[in-house]
Every structure is written in C-alpha cells, then in structure tokens.
Design a protein around this ligand. Sequence first.
Ligand code: ADP
Ligand code: MG
Length: 351
Amino acid sequence: MTEDISPKRTELSELGEFGLIDRLTAGLKPFNASTLKGVGDDCAVIDHGDHVSLITKDLLIEGVHFDLSYAPLKHLGYKAAAVNISDIVAMNGKAEQMLVGISVSNRFSVEALEELYAGIRLACERYKVDLVGGDTTSSVSGLFISITVIGRASKDEVVYRNTARQNDLICVSGDLGGAYMGLLLLEREKQVYKANPQMQPDLEGFDYILERQLKPEPRTDVLEKLRKAGIKPTAMIDISDGLASEILHIAKDSGLGCRIYENKIPVDIVTAEVAAEFQIDPVTAAMNGGEDYELLFTADVNDFEKLKELKGIHIIGHMTEKAEGEYLISEGGSLYPIEAQGFNHMRDKQA
Ligand code: ADP
Ligand code: MG
C-alpha cells in the first residue's frame, strides 16, 4: 500500500457524489471519435456509423442501497436490472445486453443467489434483454451487485440531458414520491418488528407504494407512446434521485433555468395518504425522494396539444433563460428555489 503523503486531505462529504464524479473525471478528453458522449448523461454513447450503442452501469451495495431484511432477493435482482434498463430508456434507446457482476460473502446460499438471479432473469425476459456475461467474486461481508446494460438507438433518436431549449415544456410520466413513501413504510415496519418480533408488519393497502419501492419498471411504454404521437423529447433523464435533482441536471447542463408548478406535480393518492401520516409534504417526497424511475423530459411548446392528450404524461412547467433561475412555484404563486437534496449517500450516510 502506498501512503498518501500529500498534505491536503479532502473528505468525500465535502464534495458529495456529483462533486466527486466531476473531480475524478475533470478534463477527460476522448481518444476515439466513436466516443460521442462520455461522462455526464444517463449513458455513454458510442458511434457505430448507422447506429449508436448506449452503455450504463450501476453499483448496488448491501446496507447502502438495499436492506435484505425487507427487500426480497428476487425483487432486488429485478430492481437492479430495471434501474439500468431505465437509464437506456432515458436516452430514448432499446436495452439489448446485460453484464452482471456479483460479490458475495458465505452468508449467502446458492439458493439465495438463485433467487436474486430469478429476479434479474424476469426483468431480462420482460424487457427482452440478453444476459451475456459478468463476473463473480467473494466478499468479506455483504452483497455487491454491479450491472452494466448496453442498448441501441439510431443516431437521430438519441435524447441527451443537455439539449433542452428555452420555453420548452417540462413533462413527467406517471406519478412521483411513491417509492420514497414505500421506503419509509418499510423502514418503519422494520423498526416495529425489531422492537417486537411478534408483531406482524402492517402493510395492507399499501401495495402500490411498496411496489414502487421494491419493483420499479423502466418506462419503455412511455417511449412507445411518445413515438406513436410523433413527439421527440428535446432532453430527457430518468428520475432516480428525485425531481429536484433531475430537473437541475437538465437545466444546468442545457444552460437554462426552469419553472415547475407545485400543483402540476403528479402524486398518487396512496402516496399522499402515507405522506400525511408521516407528516411529510407529498411535494417534498416527489422533489427529493427519488427512486421513482419515471421519465422527466422537455418537449417543444408546439407539442402542447398532443402532450395534453397523452394519458399518464403530465406537463409540470417550462424551461426559461438561465438568468431566471430554477424555481418551484407554489399554489399561492410564491417562488421557491429548487435545490438538489436527493439521495446523496456520501453526504447522508458517510458511505
Ligand atoms: P445515473 O443516476 O443516471 O445512474 P449517475 O448520477 O450515477 O447517473 O452518474 C452520472 C454520470 O457520471 C454518468 O455519466 C456516469 O457514467 C458517470 N460516473 C459515475 N461514477 C463514475 C466514476 N466513478 N467514474 C467515471 N464516471 C462516473
Ligand atoms: Mg439516470
């Protein structure tokens, strides 16, 4: 081991996840003309002449990203696959191949890992993705899952984060905040169970938000719907870290500002009820909760009429010039600056 002898030590918590990525990848320039997009979007984009490849990778760590006391292994496998497929969808592409790396301690049995793979295989089957390889190692403790997905799109189909334009409409699919409320519910029941193992978890009637947390679906159907309606988003991202963090990515990367209207943000009734129980504003759950894996996209104002007709697509605001900043407009018309809180594991958990 070489020891770091430089006098300055910067704590990870000072930078946070995105600051760290920026710092580690600063100044990278591609050597290959085929590298159309490197760091900084949902996927890397590789040129193959007639089409592009889309590549994404996610790493999931036990105790940081999942808790096996309430996330069944099959669900975990499904989710690990689904969130990667979602990044391909966020580029307006089709996921085609998957590589799965796992690192496991002897705490896990073969049957347990088969369960994990049953979930991965189910997602691959549903989204027609081929599991083509990976890597397997032992770990000192816990389970690590690293999934890479490769997708494809034609060059003119790809949608980036940084290509929104002033006055574009901001749209979101489905509803938001559910996955976060599902997580809070599972955490609460875990605490109740820990205090008294005789207590059965009280999760009846909450299927929707539990499913939002445990079994998210990449919105391939939304891409299909937009294609059929003849709408091509001008910029797009999937919502993994909460609406606030994602709209800031689109705005900042596109060199614009934005306005989002609080009363337009779609929230499911169960999400709202559980949020009330936890005394959390459902808008806060939508803005900062994360893991909903819905699509956030911008579209030309001329597509307004078409978008209005699409079920499950909500117009929640518009892009402005940069100088106007990024704001959430309350029902009463007050302006609140949008700040990214999201799931910043490095800040929240000192991971
Ligand atoms: P997403 O939430 O869509 O999965 P991330 O926020 O994880 O995306 O990553 C943002 C960008 O930073 C992506 O382009 C990703 O490939 C890149 N990235 C993340 N971690 C690293 C790393 N350790 N080294 C290089 N690039 C990274
Ligand atoms: Mg993403």
